[in-house]
Write a protein that binds this ligand. Structure first.
Ligand code: IFM
Length: 449
């Protein structure tokens, strides 16, 4: 194979989330988030770990910016902690919280790293959860007010804005399976949450458009799971279609077509949430880009014992697996070309893609994470194919900059390009980080390297 070259100006970056890296959970006036509460409930997180300290990015951000520079990142996408800014979720602003993000943004810009801001990556103020959280309609106004506050303060320096990260995971993981905060297990609430997240997104887009300079670009990040039938039978194909509906189309269709998928409305029947007049129009507010997170595919087969969905996932034995998921690089291409064909977004980014494998520090102090290098190479090759096929892909953000708190798994899962010794907070750039730096420098890579 020959050198895989990316388009000029391709935005190479890395992405993180506030709760997973910042620490300083109760410093400088920050309010509690639902994660601060959740990690304190027994049995929620492996080994009872918390992100009270996480990787101490709140204090170590200058060192982390220096690492980004060493990696040659062109862009860095991070999320804002809503309760750090608004300890009660609404009302009084915490100036120290705003100051932190101000310093972070200025530090990035001083190092020629373009900041991409995500308004929400799962850490809802607990005070709002106490009023019903994403399950309550009033959250929509609270969220757009918060969006306005951030835009007013940082809007002069941030070229790209993301409303939500992975609304599907917030809805299902947080409110149906309950493995994520706030730990609710109720399909009715989960669907209401999905709808409120989408309406809040649309309303925030409008709020941001009024506050931000015309040049600012606004999008949303969705995790997409390309779905395949286990066999070619009609039953399995329909099972895969239903799973695609729940995981992907329930979010893509309202955002890009202004309607919920008819088969999902029918499947969920009385569970389907109330849709107020104008909601679908609000949700479908035009976007400048969509961010797509790709980690895995789903191979589905018909399973009459699974309530509602009547489908369950199979794990092909011949595949390679990480500590969490199947590794399936062609899914990246399938996802990108499918989204383009079905939804025609103006611009696309891969906003998350990465792998957790058990990394360790060798005798000489290096972290030889060869599986991550292979993962990166194989997935970026598929990204390159998708660009060749005409997908308007503008950048790739690796999940993640440095090892951090992986939600219910605690610190066991390492996804970083930078290794973190969680006891000492020492950071070491992994071999994958070196490989990524070279790829950025050459704006491409040799698949044989
Ligand atoms: O760590 C998460 C991130 O917060 C959201 N997307 C998936 C990542 C890996 O599980």
């Amino acid at each position: 194979m020959t050198f895989i070259k990316f388009p000029d100006g391709f935005m190479w970056g890395a992405i993180t989330a506030a709760y997973q890296i910042e620490g300083a959970w109760n410093e400088d006036g920050k309010g509690l988030s639902i994660w601060d509460t959740f990690v304190r409930q027994s049995g929620r997180i492996e080994r009872g770990e918390t992100a009270d300290m996480a990787v101490d990015h709140y204090h170590r951000y200058p060192e982390d910016i220096a690492l980004m520079q060493e990696l040659g990142l062109k862009a860095y996408c991070f999320s804002i902690s809503w309760p750090r800014l608004l300890p009660e979720g609404t009302g009084k602003v915490n100036p120290a919280g705003l100051d932190f993000y101000d310093r972070l943004v200025d530090g990035l810009l001083a190092n020629n790293i373009i900041p991409y801001v995500m308004l929400y990556h799962w850490d809802l103020p607990q005070a709002l959860q106490d009023k019903g959280g994403w399950g309550e309609r009033s959250i929509v106004d609270a969220y757009s007010e918060y969006a306005r506050i951030v835009a007013k303060r940082l809007g002069d320096r941030i070229p790209a804005w993301v409303t939500h990260n992975e609304p599907m995971v917030i809805s299902l993981g947080g409110h149906f399976t309950g493995e994520l905060a706030p730990g609710i297990q109720d399909p009715f609430v989960a669907l209401r949450v999905a709808h409120h997240l989408l309406v809040s997104h649309g309303q925030a887009v409008l709020a941001l458009r009024t506050e931000l300079p015309k040049t600012a670009k606004i999008g949303i990040i969705l995790n997409i799971t390309p779905t395949y039938p286990a066999t070619d039978t009609d039953e399995d194909r329909q099972a895969a279609r239903r799973y695609d509906g729940v995981a992907n189309r329930m979010f893509l269709d309202p955002l890009f077509k202004g309607e919920y998928p008819a088969d999902m409305v029918e499947m969920f029947g009385p569970l389907f949430p109330e849709i107020r007049p104008g909601d679908l129009q609000t949700i479908a507010a035009p976007l400048d880009f969509v961010g797509l997170n790709y980690y895995m595919r789903a191979v589905m087969h018909y399973d009459p014992d699974t309530p509602i969905l009547q489908a369950s996932q199979v794990f092909p034995p011949e595949s390679e697996y990480s500590q969490m998921w199947e590794i399936y690089p062609p899914g990246m291409y399938d996802m990108l070309t499918r989204i383009q064909a079905d939804y025609h977004p103006k611009e696309v980014y891969i906003t998350e893609n990465g792998v957790c494998v058990p990394d360790g520090v060798d005798f000489d102090g290096r972290v030889r994470d060869v599986r991550r290098i292979r993962y990166l190479r194989d997935h970026l090759a598929q990204v390159g194919r998708a660009i060749q096929a005409g997908v308007p892909l503008k950048g790739y953000f690796h999940w993640t900059l440095m090892d951090n708190f992986e939600w219910a798994f605690g610190y066991r899962m390492r996804f970083g390009l930078v290794y973190v010794d969680f006891a000492t907070q020492q950071r070491i750039i992994k071999e994958s980080g070196r490989w990524y730096e070279k790829t950025i420098r050459n704006n491409g890579f040799d698949p044989e390297d």
